[in-house]
Design a protein around this ligand. Structure first.
Ligand code: ADP
Ligand code: ZN
Length: 698
C-alpha cells in the first residue's frame, strides 16, 4: 500500500474513488439539480455537486463557479460542464457560488477541451482553463479598452489567379460551401501564391456572414503578411502574447459577440470564440512553435484539425515544406486531401544555390575559418554593390557534439552508430541510445586534427566578420539577443530601412522575411541542425535550407545562396539544393518506416525532473516499470528508457526521459485513458512532464 500513501501526499483529493456520496448518509434520497464541474487545478477528475435552489435559475454550462473539495473543504474555481435533474442518495456538497454569470465557453469548446484532456493527458479543468485567456477569466467590470484590430486602406490586387491557384481555390470553396470537414494540405513552393488562396477563400465565406481563424507560428516574423491581409479585410483581430490583458479581454469579447469574424493569431487563437466559423487556415504548419511549451503540450495544428472536425468545416494546412506527418496523412488517410502548387508566381526561377565543401576548404587552408573563400568573395561583392546580406548560423540546443573542424568527423557510438552527445558538466561523450560513456578525444580518429568540442556560434562569427570587413554594419539576431517582440520588430525594421549591411542569426531569421534589398544569403554550417541527436534532424535541415533558399530572389533581381557543409552527400542537403521536397520525403520516409518512427508510429515522451539526480532517476525507474507492466496488455506498445535526457540538466533540475511508442494515436489515447482510470499511476505529480507527439527529443 506504500504506493498509494505516496499518491495521497501528492494530491490528497485527486483519488477517483473519493466521491463525496460514499461518505454521506446512505439512507436519505434527494431530488434536484446536479452539476458536473471540472476544477481549475491538477485534479484528474470531474466532480458532481448539487445546485442550491437559489442558483438553479442562473447556472448554465460554461459558467465559472466556486466549489469545495475534500475534507478540508478547500475552495476551488471550477467550470460547469453539465446540469441535470436527478435523484441521489446521501449528500452531495453544494456549489458555493457562481463566480461569473457569463458563459466562458460553448459546447463545441467543451468537446474540444475534452479531447485535449484525453489526448494530451491533461486534467480536464486545466484543459478548459487553457482555452480561456486569464484576463477573460477575471471578473472585472467592463473597461473602455478597444479590441486589438488592424485595418488598412483597402487594396485589391490586379492579377488573376493562375490555373493551379484557381483549381485549389475552387476545391476549398466547395468544401466551405458544403460545410464539409476535410483536412487539406496546400503544398506549394515558396512564392507559389498560397497566401493569395487563403485570402480569397476567406473573402468568399465572409460574404455569407461566416468567420475564419488564421494561425501563424510567430506574429513578429509574419508582420508583413499580416499587413497584406489587412489590405483585403475590413478588420482583423490579432491575438498574440504581446497584447495587454485588457486588450486581449476586449478582443476576445468582440470576437465572441460576432463583431469581428477574422482572427489571426498564434497558438491560443485556436480557441477563439469565432461565431459561425467556416474555415481554419494554418500557415507553415510544420513549425515546431505550434507546439505549446507548457502543459497541456498540445500541437496547435492537430488541435485545430480536431476543432474543424467538431465544427464540421474544412481546414487548410499550408507549407512549402510540410512535416512528414502531414504529408503522409495527406497521401494515405481518408478525410485528407493534397493540393500541389509546383510553380512560383510568374515562373520566377528558384534561386541558384552554391554548395561549398568545407572538408576541402579546410584541407586547402590553415586554421579554422567560418567563412569559405567563396562566401567571403560574395560578401565583398555584395557590399560593394550596396546590397544586403543575411547569414545564418543555426546554433541551438544546450549540448553539442564533438567534431573535427578539419575533416568534419563527428564521434559516433561504437554500438549504435549514432552521434555521441557532449555533456559539458561531466566532460564526457554520451550515447543517448545505449547510454555508454566515452572520454572526449583530443585528436580526430580520421585525420589526426584537433577535435573541437565547443562548436561554433553566432558570436564567433560576428568577430570574424568584424575582422575581415572592418566598418561593416552588423546586426545579430538570436534567442539570446532577442527576448522581446519589440526587439525583433526594431531590428527587422532597421535592417529593412537599409541602415545595416549584414543580418546574422539563428534559424529565426530564415522565416517569413521578405527584404527586397537582400541579394546574398549564406548558410555558415548546414550540418549543425543535421547533427542534433534527434530523429527529425534531417527533416529540420531540409526545411531550413529550403526556406533560406526561398528567401533569395523574391523580388525582380536574382539572388544567390551559398551553403557551407561538411556532408555534401547528405540526402537532406542534396534535396534542398534541388528544391525537391518529394525526393527528400521519399528517402526520409523509408528510414522512418524502417525504424518505426513517426509518421509510422506515435511517441509520447515522459520527462522526469528533480533537483537531486538520484531522486529523478528513482522516480523515472519506477514509472518506466509501471508503464512497462501496463503496456504488456497491448501488443504493439513499447516503453523505452529511462535514459538521461539530451539536455541532462535544465533550470537546476536533472532530467530523465521515457519514451512510449504506439502504432497509432487511438492506441496511445486508449493506453493513457485506461491508465488514468485505473489510478495505479499518478501521472500528475510535479516532477513529471507528459509530452504527447513531442516535436523534439532534447
Ligand atoms: P506564398 O504564400 O506561396 O509564399 P504568396 O501568396 O505570398 O505566395 O505570393 C507571392 C507573391 O505573388 C505575392 O506578392 C502575391 O501578391 C503575388 N501573387 C500571388 N498570386 C499571383 C498571381 N496569380 N499573379 C501575380 N502575382 C501573384
Ligand atoms: Zn550507443
Amino acid at each position: 500500500m506504500k504506493k498509494n500513501e505516496e499518491k495521497q501526499l501528492d494530491f490528497p483529493w485527486s483519488q477517483r474513488n473519493d466521491t463525496q456520496a460514499e461518505r454521506a448518509k446512505p439512507s436519505t434520497v434527494y431530488v434536484g439539480y446536479i452539476a458536473q464541474i471540472a476544477v481549475d487545478a491538477p485534479l484528474d477528475k470531474i466532480y458532481s455537486y448539487s445546485v442550491p435552489d437559489e442558483l438553479a435559475e442562473t447556472l448554465k454550462p460554461g459558467m465559472m463557479v466556486e466549489v469545495p473539495i475534500g475534507r478540508s473543504e478547500r475552495k476551488y474555481k471550477g467550470f460547469c460542464l453539465k446540469i441535470s435533474k436527478s435523484k441521489w442518495k446521501g449528500t452531495l456538497k453544494p456549489i458555493i457560488r457562481i463566480i461569473d454569470e457569463r458563459t466562458l465557453f460553448d459546447e463545441k469548446i467543451a468537446e474540444l477541451t475534452d479531447w485535449l484532456s484525453k489526448y494530451y493527458v491533461c486534467p480536464p479543468g486545466l484543459a478548459i482553463s487553457c482555452a480561456i485567456p486569464a484576463s477573460v477569466k477575471k471578473t472585472v467590470k467592463s473597461t473602455r479598452i478597444k479590441p486589438y484590430i488592424i485595418s488598412r486602406p483597402y487594396r485589391e490586387p490586379t492579377f488573376q489567379l493562375n490555373d493551379d491557384q484557381e483549381k485549389a481555390l475552387m476545391y476549398i470553396n466547395r468544401l466551405v460551401n458544403n460545410k464539409k470537414f476535410e483536412t487539406v494540405l496546400l503544398h506549394g513552393v515558396t512564392a507559389s501564391g498560397k497566401t493569395e488562396i487563403y485570402i480569397r477563400a476567406i473573402r468568399n465565406l465572409m460574404k455569407v456572414g461566416r468567420g475564419a481563424i488564421y494561425l501563424v507560428p510567430e506574429i513578429a516574423l509574419t508582420a508583413q503578411m499580416i499587413y497584406r491581409l489587412a489590405e483585403r479585410f475590413e478588420n482583423i483581430a490579432v491575438l498574440h502574447s504581446g497584447l495587454t490583458e485588457a486588450q486581449r479581454r476586449a478582443t476576445w469579447q468582440a470576437i465572441s459577440e460576432g463583431k469581428i469574424s477574422l482572427v489571426i493569431g498564434t497558438r491560443s487563437a485556436v480557441f477563439a470564440p469565432v461565431k459561425n466559423l467556416g474555415l481554419i487556415v494554418i500557415d507553415e504548419e510544420q513549425e515546431p512553435s505550434f507546439k505549446n511549451i507548457q502543459s497541456p503540450r498540445y500541437n496547435t495544428r492537430d488541435l485545430a484539425v480536431k476543432r474543424a472536425q467538431l465544427e464540421n468545416i474544412p481546414i487548410i494546412l499550408g507549407s512549402a515544406t510540410p512535416s512528414l506527418e502531414t504529408y503522409y496523412n495527406s497521401q494515405h488517410r481518408s478525410g485528407w486531401h493534397y493540393l500541389w502548387l509546383p510553380k512560383r508566381i510568374a515562373d520566377l526561377p528558384l534561386p541558384d544555390v552554391a554548395l561549398v565543401d568545407m572538408y576541402q576548404e579546410h584541407k586547402e587552408r590553415k586554421g579554422v575559418h567560418l567563412l569559405s573563400r567563396l562566401l567571403e568573395a560574395k560578401i565583398n561583392e555584395t557590399l560593394h554593390a550596396g546590397k544586403q546580406i543575411i547569414l545564418l548560423l543555426n546554433r541551438r540546443g544546450h549540448s553539442g557534439y564533438v567534431f573535427c573542424p578539419r575533416c568534419g568527423y563527428v564521434v559516433h557510438c561504437p554500438n549504435c552508430k549514432t552521434r555521441m552527445v557532449y555533456h559539458k558538466s561531466a566532460n564526457r561523450l554520451l550515447c543517448h541510445h545505449c547510454s555508454i560513456k566515452l572520454p572526449v578525444p583530443e585528436k580526430c580518429d580520421r585525420c589526426g586534427g584537433t577535435m573541437n568540442k565547443f562548436g561554433i556560434g553566432t558570436q564567433r562569427l560576428e568577430e570574424e566578420l568584424e575582422r575581415k570587413f572592418p566598418g561593416v554594419k552588423l546586426v545579430r539576431m538570436d534567442t539570446d539577443s532577442m527576448k522581446r517582440t519589440d526587439n525583433y520588430e526594431k531590428t527587422l525594421s532597421d535592417f529593412a530601412n537599409g541602415d545595416m549591411n549584414i543580418l546574422l542569426g539563428t534559424q529565426m531569421i530564415a522565416k517569413g522575411l521578405d527584404f527586397p534589398n537582400v541579394s546574398l544569403v549564406g548558410v555558415i554550417c548546414a550540418d549543425i541542425a543535421l547533427s542534433m541527436p534527434d530523429f527529425r534532424a534531417g527533416e529540420r535541415t531540409f526545411q531550413l535550407l529550403a526556406q533560406v533558399a526561398g528567401r533569395a530572389g523574391r523580388a525582380d533581381h536574382a539572388g544567390s545562396v551559398v551553403v557551407q557543409s561538411y556532408n555534401l552527400s547528405d540526402p537532406a542537403i542534396q534535396s534542398a539544393l534541388n528544391h525537391d521536397y518529394h525526393q527528400f520525403a521519399k528517402k526520409e520516409m523509408y528510414l522512418r518506416k524502417k525504424l518505426s518512427l513517426p509518421p509510422f508510429s506515435r511517441l509520447t515522451r515522459i520527462i522526469i525532473q528533480h533537483t537531486r539526480m538520484t531522486a529523478a532517476q528513482n522516480i523515472a525507474r519506477q514509472l518506466a516499470q509501471q508503464f512497462q507492466e501496463y503496456a504488456e496488455k497491448y501488443k504493439d506498445i513499447s516503453v523505452i528508457g529511462p535514459n538521461p535526457a539530451v539536455i541532462t540538466r535544465l533550470r537546476g533540475k536533472y532530467r530523465f526521459q521515457i519514451l512510449i511508442r504506439c502504432p497509432s494515436a487511438s492506441v496511445m489515447m486508449d493506453f493513457f485513458t485506461k491508465l488514468r482510470n485505473s489510478s495505479e499511476i499518478n501521472l500528475f505529480r510535479k516532477e513529471v512532464i507528459i509530452d504527447v507527439d513531442p516535436v523534439d527529443l532534447l
